[in-house]
Design a binder for this molecule. Structure first.
Ligand code: 13P
Ligand code: SF4
Length: 331
C-alpha cells in the first residue's frame, strides 16, 4: 500500500519519511521545486516556525494567503486557517499537514444552530471570529480576528444591532471595551478557558515584577488581572516594546518562541492550566502538525483543503470586508 492510500485508509496523515534524509533540507528543496510557500501560525512547534517562510497571527496569515504568488500554500496551523486561505485563493493548492488539526472554538458553533440564531435576529449585523468553519463565515456579514475586532466593531454605527460569535470571552471583552451590547454566541476555546487564575496569582507573588499578557479568548477574571490583552501578534509586539523584563504569558505557549527570539534578555513564563501539573498549555490541534507531516504534505501535495464553491462565494465576502477595514485601519 502506498503512503497516500494508507493515509486515506486510516484517515490520519502517516508520519513515515524515508530513513537517512535531512528532513529540513528536503522540505526546503521540495518547497522550491514545487513553488510552495510555508506559512505557520505562532502556536506551531518551534521547528515548524523556524522552517516557515512566514509566521503570523490569523489576520497576517489571511493577508499573506490573499496576495502570495506561490502555487501551493502549506498552512501549518489549524483547519479553519487553511480554509480561510483557500477561500481567498481558490486557484491555489492549500495544504494543511494534518487535516485533523481542528479547533474546539470552531466546533462550538455548529452551522445549523448558528443559522437558527441568526434567523432569530433578522435585523442584526452578524460578526464572526475567524475561528469558524466556512459555513459559518458564509452566514456572516463581517469576519474579525482578535487583531482587528475592536477596529471593526468601532467602524459600525453606534446604534447598529450586532450578533457576535462564536467566542463568548472575546465577545464579552469587546462589549466591555467598545461600550456595545452585542448578542453573544456561547462558544469558547478549551485551551484559553483552562488557564488557572489561582496559579497565575501565585506566579505573580513569586515574580512581582512580571507583567501578565493574556489573549482575549481567556475568561474575564484572567483578563481583569492582565496587564495587557491582545491577539498573538499584539502580545508579541507588546513584549518587544515593553521595558519590563519578565512576562507571564496566558495564551498557547508556541508564541513564546517568537517572544524569546525577539527579546533574548527577557524571561517568558507560560501561564499554567488548572487541570494538570504541566507548566504550560498547548493546543493539541495546533501541535498535531509535525515536520514529518509537513514533508509528506509537500511531497504528495496532500492533504488539501477543499471548499464548496457556493459556500466559498458567500464566505469570501465577509472575509474581504474584514481585509478592507483592516487595510484602512493600517493593520
Ligand atoms: P490569533 O489570531 O490571535 O493568532 O489567534 C488565533 C487563535 O487560534 C487563538 O486561539
Ligand atoms: Fe482553536 Fe483554541 Fe486551538 Fe486557537 S488555541 S486553534 S481557538 S482550540
Amino acid at each position: 500500500m502506498n503512503i497516500k492510500s494508507s493515509w486515506l485508509k486510516s484517515g490520519f496523515v502517516n508520519e513515515e519519511v524515508p530513513t537517512g534524509i535531512d528532513i529540513k533540507k528536503e522540505i526546503v528543496r521540495l518547497k522550491e521545486e514545487k513553488d510552495a510557500i510555508i506559512m505557520a501560525h505562532f502556536y506551531q512547534t518551534n521547528e515548524i516556525q523556524d522552517i516557515a517562510d512566514f509566521v503570523g497571527d490569523s489576520l497576517a496569515l489571511a493577508q499573506k494567503a490573499a496576495k502570495t504568488d506561490s502555487k501551493i500554500i502549506v498552512l501549518a496551523g489549524v483547519h479553519f486557517m487553511g480554509e480561510t486561505a483557500k477561500i481567498l485563493s481558490p486557484e491555489k493548492t492549500v495544504l494543511v499537514p494534518d487535516l485533523n488539526a481542528g479547533c474546539s472554538l470552531a466546533d462550538s458553533c455548529p452551522p445549523d444552530e448558528f443559522k437558527s440564531f441568526v434567523d432569530k435576529h433578522p435585523d442584526y449585523t452578524v460578526l464572526t471570529y475567524v475561528n469558524t468553519t466556512a459555513k459559518i463565515k458564509a452566514l456572516s456579514d463581517i469576519v474579525v480576528t482578535s487583531t482587528n475586532a475592536k477596529n471593526i466593531v468601532d467602524s459600525l454605527p453606534k446604534n447598529e444591532k450586532i450578533i457576535f460569535g462564536p467566542d463568548r470571552n472575546l465577545g464579552n471583552y469587546l462589549n466591555s471595551i467598545s461600550g456595545r451590547e452585542m448578542v453573544l454566541w456561547d462558544g469558547a476555546c478549551h485551551v484559553h478557558e483552562k488557564f488557572s487564575v489561582e496559579k497565575i496569582v501565585e506566579l505573580k507573588e513569586q515574580h512581582p515584577e512580571a507583567l501578565v499578557l493574556a489573549h482575549p479568548e481567556c475568561k474575564k477574571p484572567l483578563l481583569l488581572l492582565a496587564d495587557f490583552v491582545g491577539s498573538t501578534a499584539a502580545l508579541l509586539n507588546y513584549s518587544i516594546k515593553s521595558d519590563a523584563k519578565k512576562f507571564i504569558v496566558a495564551t498557547e505557549s508556541g508564541i513564546i518562541h517568537q517572544m524569546q527570539m525577539e527579546s533574548n534578555d527577557k524571561v517568558f513564563i507560560p501561564a499554567p492550566p488548572n487541570d494538570s501539573t504541566c507548566a504550560c498549555n498547548d493546543c493539541e490541534y495546533m501541535k498535531l502538525n509535525s515536520l514529518e507531516k509537513l514533508y509528506n504534505a509537500l511531497k504528495y501535495e496532500w492533504p488539501s483543503i477543499e471548499v464548496d464553491e457556493t459556500i466559498r462565494l458567500d464566505a469570501v465576502k465577509p472575509i474581504n470586508r474584514m481585509l478592507d477595514i483592516s487595510h484602512k485601519a493600517g493593520l
